[in-house]
Design a protein around this ligand. Structure first.
Ligand code: ZN
Length: 309
């Protein structure tokens, strides 16, 4: 039987910090169905890849194959998109150097578009979030690291190997904290949520504070805690000024749980950006918080098949 009303939709999967989430999302951004994975990443590659394929297949079965426009998958780490391989991934090392795109595609008998999770998050915000009125934007996602995504002409800027947008590794302190990438003083070592808690430890505020607890201390008037967010703001400002000077995009978004502390780090961030960027000082260039929270990557992954048209 031919269905008279076929829903045009896409399936997105985001391999997040602790587990995977997948959703069937229609062309307008309505979430039709979603699933969350339960597999611990420590369970190994076969368990993870198996759960990814199952999640996508179950959504395709639920909504129906005829309306499916494509499948987008967002994964963390340095990714060689041309080859569909994760080169380096601190969170899920079992997936490194494994042809994950082709493996998923073979199991699903359908093409799969792979993307870096921070790029996907930026694309999600461009589609239906804080960047929906813009064709060109850059997003920095502050979490355990700092993820970066560059959207231009409505699409992810990928570079010749698909490794563009690794903005978390821009140097903000020439001989600063060592980073897993081999550099020192990367912005992710000075402005991520992890950096906030590391600074709190260094300043003797506590060994195991969460960034939320550091935030609460700062709000309560603790001077040391306040300087942490100022340092975070300065590191972000240096990064943003560099990006604004290079790209002249109209919008720069900051995402991640720490944007709850926006009022604490934004003044230093904006002052530093003004100091270092003539363009920012003299134009209506905007720096704003993102809107989709931890759903951005999921929406961006689902939008991948349509963004490539
Ligand atoms: Zn680095």
């Amino acid at each position: 039987m031919i269905r008279s009303f076929m829903t045009e939709y896409s399936i997105g999967l985001d391999l997040g910090g602790t587990n995977l989430r997948a959703a069937a999302i229609d062309r307008k951004g309505n979430m039709l169905a979603s699933v969350a994975g339960k597999t611990a990443y420590s369970a190994g590659r076969e368990a993870i890849v198996g759960e990814m394929a199952e999640a996508i297949a179950s959504l395709r079965h639920e909504i129906g194959a005829p309306g499916l426009d494509g499948i987008g998958v967002a994964v963390p780490g340095f990714i060689a998109l041309e080859k569909g391989v994760i080169l380096n991934c601190n969170n899920i090392s079992s997936l490194e150097n494994f042809p994950i795109r082709d493996e998923l595609s073979a199991r699903l008998n359908a093409p799969v578009i792979l993307e870096n999770d921070a790029n996907a998050a930026a694309l999600g915000e461009k589609w239906i979030g804080a960047g929906k009125d813009f064709e060109d934007l850059i997003m920095l996602t502050l979490g355990t690291g700092v993820g970066g995504g560059i959207i231009t002409h409505g699409k992810v800027l990928r570079g010749y190997l698909g490794m563009a947008g690794e903005l978390g590794h821009i140097t903000v302190v020439p001989n600063g904290n060592p980073c897993g990438c081999g550099n020192r003083g990367c912005v992710e070592k000075h402005a991520s949520a992890t950096a906030v808690t590391a600074m709190a430890k260094l300043l003797g505020l506590g060994d195991a504070l969460t960034s939320k607890e550091v935030y609460d201390l700062a709000v309560a008037g603790n001077e040391k805690a306040r300087t942490i967010f100022e340092a975070q703001g300065e590191a972000l400002g240096i990064t943003l000024a560099t990006l604004i000077n290079a790209f002249n995009f109209p919008l720069y978004l900051i995402a991640g749980g720490v944007i709850a502390a926006w009022d604490l780090f934004a003044p230093a961030m904006l002052a530093e950006t003004r100091r270092r960027s003539f363009t920012f000082r003299t134009t209506d260039t905007r720096i704003e918080p993102a809107q989709l929270g931890n759903q951005a990557g999921l929406y961006g992954a689902a939008y991948l098949p349509w963004s490539e048209i």
